[in-house]
Each structure stands twice: as C-alpha cells, then as structure tokens.
Design a protein around this ligand. Structure first.
Ligand code: NOJ
Length: 742
C-alpha cells in the first residue's frame, strides 16, 4: 500500500514536471486524438457532409427546413445548420442527425448574433463609439449566453472589417476606420463570445469575418472588388482579424470580394499563407453565403468542380449554402484534382470544434428550454444593454449648453419620423430581437420627464417626399419650450446590400428640420443612423446634436438618460464624418503628401469646392463638462530601441459636471523609409473625473507602437524622431517630440 502511494506520487510529480518543462504540450491534443479516431471510421461521404452548411430560413419562414435539407441531415450530407434557433427547434433538428445517421455526429448550429441575440445591444459601430472595452466584452458575453440557451453554438461575428467609406452600408457592423481601435474591439468581442472555455454552456464559437478587406469595396458598393497594396493590407486591414485570431477565435469567414483579382474564397495567399502559416490559425474557415458558387460569376472557375477545387486548395473548410462541396468533392478526389487528405484535414478542424463544445458527450446540452426561459432578456441582460447604449451616444454639438434639459421643462415637442419608432432602434442584423420590446425615444422621454407636457408629431416619413405633416410639426414646435428632433436613417439603410451614394438625411428630413428650426425654439437633433451622415446644415444651425446610431432594446431610455443629464455623454466617434461624399475616403491617419495643404498656394493637395477638413474628426465627442489637458511630460527626450518611454498628461475636469473622457494618444514617425501617416492612434484610456478633479494619465511607449512595415516590407522600427500627441480627439492635441536611439 505504502509502496503503491509512493509510486503514484512519483508518477504524478514526473508528469507535472513533464508538463511544466514541455511547453509544447498542446492543450488540444486530447481533442485531436478523439477527432482522429472518429475520422478513421468515417466514409468519404460522411467527411464531406461535415464540410457543408445550410440555412433553415428561420428569419423568413419560422422554424422550417427545406425538405431536401432534412434528407441531407438524415443522410449525413450536412454537418451544420444556420438560421435555426430555439431550444425546441434545435433539439428537433439535432435528433434527426443523432438518431438518423450511421455515426450520429451532432450538428453545429450557427447564427448571425451580431449585437445581441434577443436583448439587442447597440449596433457594433455604436458600441465602438463607447471606447469601453469591458462594456463591449460584456455585450458579447450576454449575446453568447442568450444564443447558447437557444441551442446555438456559433456566431458569425465579430465583423473585423476596417471601413473608411461610409457609403458602404456594412460599416455599421464593424468598429470603424482605425486598425488599433478595431483590433482591441475585435479581440474583446471574441473573448466575450467564447469566454474561458467553449465547453461552458454560456459561450459560443466566434467567427471572424470577412477575410479579407471586405470593407474596402470600391466606391463603397457592397460586394465590389478590392484592389490594394500589400502594405495597406498588412498595416490597416489585417490587424483586427489578427487580433481576433490571437484572442482565440475558432473560425473565420471568407469575404465576398476579390482581392487584387483573386476572390477571397479562392485566395491561397490569404488563407494558407497569412492566416495559417503566418498567424498559426488552427480553427476552420467557412465561406460566406454561396461564395464558392460565386467564383463562377467572378470568372475564375468555369464550373462547380473547378470552383470547389479552387476553394479547397485555398484552404477553405466549409461551404455555406451553395452545396458545392457536397456536390463535387467526391468526384474531385476520384479524379485526383484534390487529395482525400485535404478533406480529412478540413473535417478534422470542424469536428474538433464540435468536440470542444461537448456535443459528442451530449448533443442537446445547449437546447434547454428552462435555461432559455431564464436567460432570455433577463433583467441583468437589459441592464448591460442599457449601460452599453448610454456609453455609445456621442454628443456632437451643444451650443449654449442647451443640453441637458432641466427636469422643470414644461412643454417638449418630440418631432420626426424616428421619434416613436421601435423597429428602427434595433438596427440591421438584429438576430432574434423583437423590436416591439424596444423603448422608443418618445417613451423614454415620457418616463424621464413625468411632469412635462409632450407634443409628438411625426412630421414626415424617413424616405418619402410628402411634406403634409410639416404644418403640424411647426405648430408643435411653436407651443413647446424645446424641440427634440429625431431624424436619420431607417434600419434597413445600413447593413448588407445597403450602400448609398448620398449620405445626407434621406427624404425631406432636412427640410423638416429647417421648418421646425425656423420657429426659433432650441432644437436638439437626435440622429439615428448606421453610418456617418453629411449633416452640415444641422451642424451650422441647430443648437445640439446627439449621435445615437441604433442603440437597441433600451434605446429610448438611454437617450433620455443623456438628454436629462442623468448620464453625461462620453462617446467618441470611431469614424470620420465627411462634409460631403466627394471627400471619401476620408480618415484621420492619412499621409501628408508632397504638397500638404496651404490656403495661399494653389498647387497643394486640396479641392476647389470644399475644404480638406471633415465635419467631425475621428475620436471627437463632447461632454457636458470640460476637460483641460496639460502639456505632455516625457520621462526622457530619448528612448532606447528596446526600452520604454513614459508619456503623461494631467487632465482636469474644469466644467460643472462629473464626466468621463477618452484620453487618446497618437504617434507620428517624422522621417522613415516610407511615408508614414500624419498620426496614428496607439493607446487610449477612458477615465472618470469628478467635477474639479485632475488626474495624471500615463502611457508606456514601447517598440511595438513605433514599428511598421519598412520599405523592404520587413516589420520593425527605424531610429529617429517621433512626435507623440495626446488629446480628447484626433485633432485637438498636445504634442512632444522624442528620439528613438539604438
Ligand atoms: C452574408 C453575410 O455577408 C455574412 O456576414 C453573414 O454571416 C452570412 N450572410 C450568413 O447570414
């Protein structure tokens, strides 16, 4: 007995030693063994089945699966289903796979859980305006918990596409224009969805999309071609995807576009070289909707077989919806155009995710009616959505401190086509969100100002020419002490296939604003929209402007919280607002050019008809209070290449309210082997300051923030002078210079 326990202890110690020493022990090895033994008993057809994903059409038709897909599930020709949710429905489909097929391999259920599942959070672009990484992570956690309680295992999010063209409707789904902010946000979203372990019942697998550079579609037209230098790709577009992969994202989705002539879904350079070889990605890649079939329209494949071979050879593991893999892979193996080993590898990657989710132990563990009931829209979830919504609002203008409105206000006119809308508030890609449960602005205001008298007038539709409602709107304004004017876009005007060439206020809304403004009462414009809008007239004329995007289930309450001053707005724009579409693409981190703008010199880089300046710069957003920045203090005027430098400022709240400020740090490399951006965001910190309070905010500069792709495309630093800027937006900053030395 004694000898036995000594032996056991020795064994234990040896194995611990082994694990500590042998850092190459792969935590996934146990899954790999399981996957390998399963693969060894699977037929080629069964393996190919794992590479196929079909929709259940739930959004259009309810819980309905096309009859041929039912047959496909039962014959093992499909391994995953999307657009199916609900504990009962997913259980029913799962039973078909588990009981109906030879090996009983469970299905994987995916869905576009983009900004909440049932409790809808602000659209992703709005969340990015909070610059609050913890709140963003929390939003993804809540979305995952609700989705997982309805049988879902996998979300097609986050969208990590950098977007610098507001004509592109899908800008709403991302984090805006900046690679640094975009990277941090993409990583938090992945961590929020996937949690500490995919095995936990409140987590789901993330899918980073759309790889790659989908946001750079020419002229902002959705699905359009992308042509860009490798430098631009690596410096600007790739970092957010990479950050999501580094955060552990288990899956990646291909983009619809071609990149420099090669469609993403057939792009070996993107998937084999960059994603797998350079970044070490181990998960699986799914196409976007029918994207293998679309290789025919791209004109790079003459038939189904060629299209599938291209995708498979590029390293794409799962086909979404076109069924091309199912229809062709067996032939391609037979004809030796692809190798069965490639199919094994793809199937293994997918099966591994199923193992990680625990589906082989219990295929129904996510489809639990009781958990669904307890989880969906529970008070904590609504609270998290409300917190996120308040933080996503950006105050763009506040002349004469017209905001916040005193609770003694007598009559408020609430005017505009979005003033009492509910549907629009949950935005596009609103998953299984029920818009009838969202709080309209009018409802939120009425709750917040119980003793005020409200007059509501719609005034006009969002996108129609009818002005017959103007008179009533004007007379409402006349009777009121203040006008809240809710204008902007309908929810369907941003999102997929929702590009616009005119990004002004649709319909007659600007004319409505002019008519109401002419009455002479203070006007607060509350914007609801999924992209930057060209709102020059509003900026020049109305007293206050609140950018509220589409804030989700609690939108009306969150806006009322800001209007009343119970929450002091703290959002900052994650994207530049142009003055007109002719300035697009416009973003803060541009190059200086050889002829930087000089008003007195014709032959400098500018337009004849509009200034180079945007309407609102990146990082901009006001508060009800005022923040003052001291000059920058440097720990030294020099930094050793492998050392660090501390950069600090004192920020003082010199206004009348407590408030939060996003302190932003930008860097410029003055002289380098390639022309560098005029400034680039490299760090930020969101701080809370009581009225009258001051705080020192310090940042550590390291080599990483100074590195870039040099003229020879190697990555690293170049010695010389750098300028560091710190401020409350990308334009109004303090600056200091330091020298990077050997
Ligand atoms: C097409 C979209 O581009 C993609 O983002 C989405 O995840 C899929 N459809 C599935 O709905």
């Amino acid at each position: 007995m004694k000898l036995q326990s000594i032996l056991l202890t020795v064994l234990l110690l040896v194995s611990i030693q082994y694990c500590v020493k042998n850092t190459s022990v792969d935590p996934d090895a146990k899954y790999d063994r399981k996957v390998d033994s399963l693969l060894s008993i699977m037929s080629l057809k069964e393996k190919i089945g794992q590479l196929t994903l079909y929709t259940s059409d739930m959004d259009q038709t309810g819980a309905f699966l096309r009859p041929q897909y039912i047959d496909d599930i039962k014959s093992g020709s499909v391994g995953s289903i999307f657009n199916a949710y609900g504990s009962e429905y997913t259980r029913k489909l799962q039973e078909m796979a588990v009981n109906g097929t030879r090996l009983g391999i469970p299905l994987l259920f995916g869905y576009d859980v983009i900004h909440g599942h049932r409790t809808i959070f602000p659209v992703p672009l709005a969340e990015a305006a909070s610059w609050d990484l913890q709140a963003i992570k929390k939003a993804a956690e809540v979305a995952a918990a609700e989705a997982a309680s309805e049988g879902l295992h996998w979300t097609f999010a986050p969208m990590a596409d950098i977007a610098r063209d507001p004509r592109w409707g899908r800008m709403v789904e991302g984090a805006g224009e900046d690679p640094y902010l975009g990277s941090l946000i993409a990583a938090e979203r992945v961590k929020g969805f996937q949690g500490n372990s995919l095995y936990d019942l409140n987590t789901i697998a993330a899918c980073v999309k759309h790889f790659a550079a989908y946001g750079a579609a020419q002229a902002g037209r959705d699905y359009h071609s992308v042509d860009m230098s490798e430098r631009m790709l690596r410096e600007v577009y790739l970092p957010p995807y990479k950050a999501a992969i580094d955060a552990g994202a288990l899956t990646v989705m291909t983009a619809f576009n071609d990149l420099n002539g090669i469609p993403a879904t057939a792009n070996k350079f993107l998937f084999d070289q960059i994603l797998r070889k350079e970044w070490g990605f181990k998960g699986f890649v799914v196409t976007d909707y029918t994207a293998i079939m679309e290789l025919l329209y791209h004109g790079v494949a003459k038939d189904k077989h060629e299209a599938s071979a291209l995708a498979m050879n590029a390293g794409i593991d799962m086909s979404m919806q076109d069924g091309f893999y199912d229809q062709t892979l067996a032939d391609l193996v037979k004809d030796k155009r692809i190798n069965e080993k490639q199919i094994d590898i793809a199937a293994a990657r997918i099966l591994k995710v199923k193992f990680k989710l625990g589906l082989f132990e219990d295929p129904y563990r996510y489809s639990n009616a009781e958990r669904q009931k307890a989880e969906i829209m529970k008070p904590e979830n609504i609270d998290a959505a409300f917190d996120m919504a308040k933080k996503s609002i950006v105050l763009l203008k506040n002349e004469n401190e017209v905001l916040p409105i005193s609770n003694k206000v007598k009559t408020i006119a609430v005017i505009g086509p979005l003033a009492d809308s509910k549907r629009d508030l949950i935005g596009s890609w609103s998953a299984a969100g029920d818009w009838s449960k969202s709080v309209s602005l009018l409802e939120g205001l009425k709750k917040k100002f119980p003793s005020a008298n409200f007059i509501y007038e719609k005034g006009s539709e969002i996108d129609k020419d009818d002005k017959s409602g103007f008179n009533k709107a004007v007379s409402a304004a006349k009777k009121a002490d203040i006008v809240i004017l809710a204008i902007g876009e309908a929810f369907w005007m941003s999102g997929e296939a929702a590009s616009r060439t005119d990004i002004g206020l649709p319909g007659v809304q600007e004319e409505l604003a002019k008519a109401v403004h002419a009455v002479g009462k203070p006007v607060v414009a509350v914007l609801m929209n999924g992209r930057p809008l060209t709102i020059n007239w509003l900026e020049e004329n109305v007293q206050a402007i609140l950018e509220t995007w589409f804030l989700g289930t609690t939108a009306g309450d969150a806006i009322a919280e800001v209007i009343s001053g119970d929450y002091n707005p703290s959002g900052k724009l994650p994207v530049t607002f142009p003055k007109n579409v002719g300035q697009i693409p416009i973003y803060y981190s541009l190059k200086n050019t050889g002829r930087p703008f000089k008003a007195e010199d014709k032959y400098t880089s500018k337009y004849l008809d509009v200034s180079n300046e945007p309407l609102y710069v990146f990082g901009y957003g006001l508060s009800y209070t005022k923040f003052n920045y001291s000059p920058i203090q440097l720990s030294s005027s020099e930094m050793a290449e492998n050392g660090t430098l501390t950069v600090s400022v004192d920020v003082t709240n010199s206004g009348k309210y407590d408030g939060e400020e996003v302190v932003q740090l930008y860097i410029k490399d003055k002289v380098a082997s390639v022309s560098r951006a005029v400034r680039e965001l490299k760090a930020f910190e969101k701080i809370m300051l009581k009225k009258g309070e001051a705080k020192k905010v310090s940042f550590q500069i390291t080599k990483e923030q100074l590195s870039f792709y040099r003229a020879d495309m190697s990555y690293g630093t170049e010695l010389g002078e750098f300028v560091v800027f710190i401020g409350g937006n990308s334009r109004d900053t303090q600056s200091a210079t330091f020298l990077l030395k050997k």
